[in-house]
Design a protein around this ligand. Structure first.
Ligand SMILES: *[C@@H]1O[C@H](CO)[C@@H](O)[C@H](O)[C@H]1NC(C)=O
Length: 254
């Protein structure tokens, strides 16, 4: 707090920059990074810089003497001034928000909004969080020895890293392996497998938060009967018939 006051006294008497510190956007959408001056004042004749943290000298948008410059190749053609909300009067009422078009995962991170006038300058950061929701998980099943089944779950297209959870009959289970891969698209693939008994009912869920979860499940017992009819089903049948017979005999005796 002391440091804030100190800066305030020595850098600016009249100019205070305020931002929304955290903004979340889905990959591929447009986003506004809100930044405005208080008290409200016309910003048309001021200098406004938007830059990635520690890149003051290569701003992605630099507005000065009513002209624009763009120093970061990755943002050329993708940035402009925007309105922080529908009621905003724009630049001449001190709204210097940045509009960023077609957000990619590389855009995630911290930005700084800097405004300078003849009376002083001020700046404030905005942290941009980018998310992407991946494909529904794909389950695959391989039957092994000793009644053990290797169940794998895979899902791709996430950002940032999603959480993967396994459960069996609604009980949480720990996977034997959990691997994340960063794809060249900037998105993340997750793969996991575990060994279960052949009567399990595994479910694999993948998501960024508890609200948006994608899930796949399978009932191994049912799957096996449909996949491999024969010996097994025959045994079940015989046991059922035998027990009925025994049951029947008991009752007819008494
Ligand atoms: C289970 O399957 C995965 C492939 O999805 C494989 O990498 C792993 O080695 C298998 N585990 C066992 C114990 O066979």
């Amino acid at each position: 707090h002391l440091a804030t006051c100190y800066c305030y006294f020595f850098s600016s008497t009249n100019l205070v920059v305020t931002t929304t510190p955290r903004v979340t956007v889905t990959r591929g959408r447009d986003v506004i990074l809100p930044c405005w001056l208080s008290p409200q004042q016309n910003a048309e004749d001021l200098e406004v810089r938007w830059y990635r943290t520690n890149r003051f000298d290569s701003p992605l948008m630099h507005y000065q003497s009513k002209t624009f410059k763009y120093e970061e190749a990755a943002y050329v053609g993708r940035v402009s001034f925007g309105l922080k909300d529908a009621a905003s009067g724009g630049l001449n009422s001190g709204d210097v928000s940045l509009k960023l078009f077609n957000v990619t995962t590389k855009d995630a991170g911290e930005y700084v909004c800097y405004v300078s006038s003849s009376q002083g300058y001020d700046s404030a950061p905005v942290n941009l969080l980018v998310t992407a929701s991946g494909s529904p998980p794909f389950l695959s099943v391989v039957w092994g020895e000793d009644d053990k089944v290797n169940v794998s779950c895979e899902s791709e297209g996430w950002y940032p890293q999603p959480v993967l959870r396994w459960s069996d009959k609604k009980q949480d289970v720990k996977p034997q392996s959990l691997v994340y891969k960063n794809l060249s698209s900037g998105l993340v693939l997750v793969h996991s497998w575990l060994l279960l008994s052949s009567t399990s009912e595994p479910s694999c869920s993948v998501g960024l938060s508890d609200k948006e979860v994608k899930e796949a499940k399978v009932s191994l017992g049912t799957l096996r009967k449909t996949a491999k009819p024969g010996k097994e089903n025959f045994c079940v049948c015989v046991i059922v018939i035998l027990s009925l017979f025994v049951f029947d005999c008991k009752y007819s005796k008494s």
